[in-house]
Design a protein around this ligand. Structure first.
Ligand SMILES: Nc1ncnc2c1ncn2[C@@H]1O[C@H](COP(=O)(O)OP(=O)(O)OP(=O)(O)O)[C@@H](O)[C@H]1O
Length: 274
């Protein structure tokens, strides 16, 4: 969606102000007993970018991810999305607004096929702004919603090149194929911003490349990504903006070149090569 589309959706309902930085985290903190997991974190995610959130073990990345997606509530600070304060909202309320995370395929769903997993995935509740399709508008106006959903499901499966696995049980997929299915399910919710927590964990290098290509193509279509990752090199090679956490604080942020040259970052990563 371009900024020019902001203001009202296809039904004329008003939507919150759309900014170029859809996601803002300001002064966010979270304590667990005596542990400060996140300590006054402030950063932004710009629209249409891949932003990487990195940091050594225990830096506070997962906690930050859970605070943004509503799985945890911060002790201080705010999270805003498209200009709206979403701090403390329930995860489903946040997802409904278009800030969506991927979920591991639950055990029950592993006994269902890929197609069933897609048909059972939560759907976007936000009107007609469907999957940023290459299909012509007329095709998207199909009255039969079931047919439309099925069309969309197939289009997304084809996009991820897993349509040949439609009848396969999710439990039989490889680690990488499962990640593709997780992302395919998330896309059905019509997100604006996708948060991915360690999306490449357990994925072989060939599928990792494919997953990255898909992420870049989705970014080209206007989606925004926040990637939480251990793998510094991967983030440096693929993200335009990198946020580095250490001991709950934002150590630095900026371009990969800037971050790589930062003494504190080198220090945080065990004083080793970055
Ligand atoms: N539910 C919890 N209860 C107590 N302490 C927690 C909890 N969750 C996280 N922590 C602590 O908060 C700190 C930050 O943890 P977090 O998991 O956010 O870091 P991380 O950067 O994601 O680490 P990793 O890369 O190892 O997953 C750590 O010291 C961790 O032990």
């Amino acid at each position: 969606m371009s900024d020019a589309d902001a203001g009202a959706d296809a039904q004329g309902r008003s939507r919150p102000e759309v900014t170029d930085t859809p996601l803002r985290v300001e002064g966010m903190s979270k304590h667990f007993g005596g542990i400060t997991a996140v300590d006054g974190a402030t950063f932004e995610v710009e629209r249409g970018t891949l932003t990487g959130l990195i940091g050594p073990n225990g830096a506070g990345k997962s906690t930050t991810f859970n605070l943004i997606t509503g799985m945890l509530t911060p002790d201080a600070g705010t999270v805003s999305f498209e200009g709206e304060d979403i701090t403390g909202l329930e995860p489903y309320e946040i997802a409904d607004r278009g800030l969506v995370r991927t979920f591991q395929i639950a055990r029950e769903l592993q006994e269902m096929t890929v197609l069933e997993n897609m048909m059972l995935a939560p759907k976007g509740q936000r009107g007609e702004r469907l999957w940023r399709s290459v299909l012509p508008v007329a095709r998207r106006d199909v009255v039969d919603q079931e047919t439309e959903l099925l069309d969309r499901v197939w289009e997304i499966l084809e996009f991820f090149e897993i349509e040949h696995l439609a009848e396969e049980y999710a439990g039989n997929l490889s680690g990488g194929q499962r990640k593709l299915l997780e992302m395919a399910r998330a896309l059905l919710t019509d997100p604006d911003v996708l948060l991915l927590d360690e999306p490449f964990a357990g994925v072989n290098p060939t599928l990792e490349r494919r997953l990255l290509d898909h992420i870049h193509e989705l970014r080209d279509r206007g989606y925004t990504f926040l990637l939480v990752e251990h793998d510094m090199d991967l983030i440096m090679e693929n993200c335009r903006h990198v946020v580095v956490m250490h001991q709950g604080r934002i150590l630095t942020e900026g371009t990969p070149e800037k971050v790589k040259a930062d003494e504190e970052v080198i220090e945080a990563y065990l004083g080793g090569d970055v």
